[in-house]
Design a protein around this ligand. Sequence first.
Ligand code: NAP
Length: 278
Amino acid sequence: MSGPAPVSSSASLKIGIVGFGTFGQFLALAMIKQGHSLRATSRTDYSQLCADLGITFFSDVAAFLGAENDVILLCTSILSLSQVLKSMPFHSLKKPALFVDVLSVKEHARDTLLQVLPEDSDVLCTHPMFGPESGKDGWRDLNFMYERVRVRDEKTCSSFLKIFEIEGCRMLEMSCTEHDELAAKSQFITHAIGRILSDMDIKSTPIDTKSFEALVQLRKNMECDSFDLFSGLYIHNRFAKQELKNLEFAFEKLKHKLPKRNDEEQEVNQECMVKNSR
Ligand code: NAP
């Protein structure tokens, strides 16, 4: 990320990341740049990568929870969130923390966090609407959705949100339900079309139009994301099922309309020929 930070820097936070995969690592780089102290734990051993980045890596989740994190940032896959949280020994927490998730589905994350976390933990649900590809040149003007689900420590919550403000994100406060309804109509459809294009194995040709170039790019972007992410968008967003039905319905409608159009045109052509022959 480049360019000067437009907002003054936030108080330094101790941020513990759970799930140090693609997206966890991507967020970590901006947080390190802003001077926060990072720790991480994950199913896979990322100790070497973390050491290179100056992050403390914990294989032991109890020790991770006991490390007095101000914020615990959940970056696990949508499909594994519930299992990961339920296996965490929360009695190891030395003080209440702000739990933040970045899952691309929000009602499921909110419900799981409220169900599993200790009552004295604060909860902030967020969805950065960008990733390593769309955010590779910085986060300026990229959307960041959040809902303060259960926040008592305003200072920590504001300091955390400030990380994204500093990078220039468009901060959008909205309910998890509203997010899921909108995301099913936008993000889920984008991923579904991208996956279909990938299954069709579309490729650049020597005579690409600009629109086709955009489709090839869409295919490439969607292939950067894991299939776990895509299936999570469907399984844990109750609005996605209707959007898939709408997509199927629109496709069927198109299939029926195309040959009919041909029939209609042929009828018109025949009528013209009859008229002309008179
Ligand atoms: P992902 O495939 O959705 O998640 C990968 C992460 O989940 C890794 O940290 C992985 O741990 C962990 N994980 C997967 N299965 C697990 C299991 N059974 N037990 C424990 N941990 C498990 O890919 P991602 O792109 O990194 O996304 C992470 C989260 O960020 C997701 O919730 C996604 O919705 C959200 N998000 C992603 C983007 C994006 O552009 N990629 C944008 C916004 C939000 P290991 O690495 O240790 O195996």
